[in-house]
Design a protein around this ligand. Structure first.
Ligand SMILES: Cc1cc2nc3c(=O)[nH]c(=O)nc-3n(C[C@H](O)[C@H](O)[C@H](O)COP(=O)(O)OP(=O)(O)OC[C@H]3O[C@@H](n4cnc5c(N)ncnc54)[C@H](O)[C@@H]3O)c2cc1C
Length: 378
């Protein structure tokens, strides 16, 4: 398959939503280091938050192509920070959907998909993020509760999340001692501190400290000490969406650079008439097209049920390829825009600052290569 008429209609509706509700505000939201909570409700209203989730919880079942369309269209606003925070539930909820109890699902999911509550995922710790198997934040059983102690860092939507899907150590050392617990944001003992960063300004990013936080025992997601596998499964979905987002932001840079190159004149000709500039644009196009072809192939294979080692390996490499495409295109676009590309308010300037987090978050480049090599039996 690929895109059908339904996908095209959906694309039109998301494009209209982004043009009306997001694009005009992203510069101001970035400068203000936040966007209105109300946007979650509006995004839910047009079906964006519930896309691909079961109807029973207020979602709209949809194939991977719809999610790809949504990602491409939201990227048009040129803000990765907006995308990361508005859709942080796409990394926070899947473990609960796949492994939570029926009661927990009802407690958490409908309100998040309705845009009334915000969900986040907290894996990374001050001591390290890549080596998930060594995480230290702990939870121990005390009567009918889990008691949680420890720290998490760099958590997207961490400041205002109402639900935090938290990775904790409930057992011995290593991957076999990790569990996931859904922690309500108003749990006594939870401290949050906002972190300042290079890009993604309108996205809140937090350090979290859990001081003897008590959470009901039935908030465990899946079996005790079976969390590591769930975390790894969850990364696959995140990496596919990040790859789609990275290529979409590369396209945003291309579009802005081409537009500029057509309007701007130097030495008696428009920029695009200068061969060196046309070649930059073609170098961008070449990377975007090849990334898109690979992305589409992996989406199709996923739709066909292929999530085997070869698919996972290619996904890891695609994430690297897509973020490198984004980096290259942001760099070229800023160059084509000249001084204007260095000014706040152009999309390329923002994407240039935002690309690094795409190369680090959701599994850093080096880790992606290691994981791919292992999946391929090297
Ligand atoms: C803006 C932002 C938002 C984020 N949002 C979230 C979130 O919502 N939830 C969450 O849990 N985390 C989040 N993260 C954290 C992110 O996932 C981690 O930063 C990432 O996994 C890397 O972990 P680290 O920063 O601890 O780096 P480290 O693990 O300390 O690694 C540092 C560097 O060394 C490299 N490295 C590590 N081990 C090896 C090795 N064996 N061989 C070669 N190189 C190696 C890494 O690739 C990396 O480049 C976010 C990060 C940022 C910046």
């Amino acid at each position: 398959m690929s895109f059908t008429h339904e996908h095209d209609l959906f694309r039109d509706s998301v494009r209209a939503f982004v043009a009306a509700e997001i694009a005009p505000h992203v510069n101001a939201w970035d400068e203000a280091q936040g966007f209105p909570r109300e946007l979650y409700r509006r995004a839910a209203h047009v079906g964006l938050l519930g896309l691909g989730y079961p109807e029973a919880y207020g979602g709209t079942p949809a194939d991977g192509w719809f999610r790809l369309v949504a990602t491409e269209e939201i990227a048009r606003a040129g803000s990765g920070g907006l995308m990361a925070s508005l859709f942080s539930h796409n990394i926070g909820l899947p473990p609960i959907i796949a492994h939570g109890s029926a009661v927990l699902k009802q407690r958490v999911i409908p309100a998040v998909l309705a845009g009334e509550k915000i969900a986040a995922l907290a894996i990374t710790e001050p001591g390290g993020g890549s080596d998930v198997a060594r995480l230290r934040c702990s939870a121990r059983r005390d009567g009918g509760d889990w008691v949680i102690d420890g720290e998490k860092t760099f958590i997207t939507s961490g400041m205002r999340a109402d639900w935090i899907t938290l990775a904790v150590r409930t057992g011995g050392p290593g991957a076999a001692g990790i569990s996931l617990i859904a922690v309500p944001g108003d749990t006594p003992g939870l401290e949050r501190h906002a972190l300042a960063k290079m890009g993604w300004w309108c996205s809140d990013t937090a350090q979290l400290r859990f001081n003897h936080c008590r959470v009901p025992a039935d908030h465990l997601i899946g079996d005790e000490n079976a969390g590591f596998r769930i975390v790894m499964e969850n990364f696959n979905g995140e990496r596919l969406l990040m790859s789609a987002g990275a290529n979409a932001f590369a396209q945003v840079c291309f579009d802005e650079a081409l537009d500029w190159a057509r309007q701007r004149r130097t030495f008696g000709a428009s920029l695009v008439e200068h061969q060196a500039i046309r070649h930059k644009l073609m170098d961008m196009q070449m990377r975007i097209s090849s990334t898109r072809a690979w992305l589409h192939a992996l989406v199709q294979r996923h739709e066909d049920g292929d999530t085997g080692p070869q698919w996972v390996a290619e996904l890891c490499l695609l994430k690297n390829h897509a973020t490198q495409t984004m980096q290259f295109c942001a760099d070229q676009a800023v160059q084509i825009l000249g001084g204007m590309g260095y000014m706040r308010g152009t999309k390329s300037e923002r994407v240039y600052r935002e690309v690094k987090v795409m190369m680090i978050g959701g599994g850093a480049e080096e880790i992606m290569k290691e994981l791919a090599a292992r999946q391929l039996g090297l």
